[in-house]
Design a protein around this ligand. Structure first.
Ligand code: SAM
Length: 268
């Protein structure tokens, strides 16, 4: 399939598959022949995709991403900020559905590129509640482990782990931090996520305490490098950053820091 055949999000033209199909029975009149010409392009809804439909779409996404200036600039950032952290695991939360979403397709491709780049990674896992059976089949075909239960992002890690969480909800980011909120675990958490200071300092403290309390103290500990600007329609990788918790920052805080998270219970 050529890139010309690839249409906007959600649809793929399958001209070849239908091109030679008979449209009607015997006795073609001229009107029918005209229709036949008009109907040369048949659109397939993503709901009907199989792996055979998705693979060429992903190949085209990979080409577009790989050829972009955005990716060239991103490589510099990843080489400096991510590769030295040597993550041994890559957990992908919240990519969405590769079957149905262009963002998810590009973000999935970046996960594959990250795995290739990070030689230290031994295992890749993925979870999003909206993943379809086809998304799971696709992931497994790339040797990515599909997490079967909803962890709500609360995975505790004991070795350097990259949490790839593009455009996830702030509560999910906070959950991942909460599961690793101590001196030993936090430096093992490396994230690709929205910058935390997008929320902290710009939104009501009361809302933050209720919805994502761990982001509040975390902003003081993070080292954060933004992704380059502008790719595609600027909705795929916008506002993302590489976030680390350097040991030096984590070890410098008082012991009470870990207990003083301003968690506010949601009223029943
Ligand atoms: C704002 S969407 C972002 C989707 C996609 N990454 C994008 O940039 O378009 C947030 C995603 O987080 C997913 N999500 C919600 N709860 C989750 C959970 N507990 N674990 C993993 N992903 C979750 C949603 O299903 C959704 O796909």
């Amino acid at each position: 399939m050529t890139s010309k055949q690839l249409e906007d999000d959600g649809f793929v033209t399958v001209e070849k598959r239908f091109k030679y199909m008979s449209i009607g029975g015997a006795g073609n009149n001229s009107k029918r022949s005209k229709n036949k010409k008009k109907n040369r392009y048949v659109f397939k809804d993503s709901i009907d995709y199989t792996l055979n439909d998705l693979e060429p779409i992903l190949a085209q996404r990979r080409e577009a991403l790989g050829d972009s200036q955005f990716y060239k600039d991103l490589l510099d950032i990843l080489e400096q900020q991510l590769i030295p952290t040597q993550p041994q695991e890559l957990i992908c939360y919240g990519i969405g559905s590769m079957q149905h979403s262009k963002n998810a397709q590009y973000q999935f491709i970046l996960a594959l590129l990250l795995r290739d780049m990070l030689k230290s990674v031994e295992k890749v896992s993925i979870y999003d509640p909206v993943m379809t059976e086809l998304d799971k089949e696709l992931s497994k075909s790339y040797n990515i482990d599909v997490i079967e239960t909803n962890e709500d992002g609360k995975r505790k890690v004991s070795r350097p782990t990259l949490f790839y969480m593009p455009h996830c909800g702030r509560g999910l980011y906070s959950n991942t931090l909460s599961a690793n909120w101590d001196k030993e675990s936090l430096p093992n958490v490396i994230m690709i996520a929205n910058r935390f200071d997008m929320y902290v300092g710009t939104q009501l403290e009361r809302d933050l305490r209720r919805e994502c309390p761990y982001l509040i103290p975390a902003v003081e500990l993070v080292d954060c490098t933004s992704f380059p600007k502008e790719f595609d329609d600027n909705k795929v990788f916008n506002d993302l950053s590489v976030i680390t918790f350097p040991k030096t920052s984590v070890e410098n805080v008082k012991d009470s820091y870990w207990d003083d998270v301003p968690v506010e219970k949601v009223e029943e």
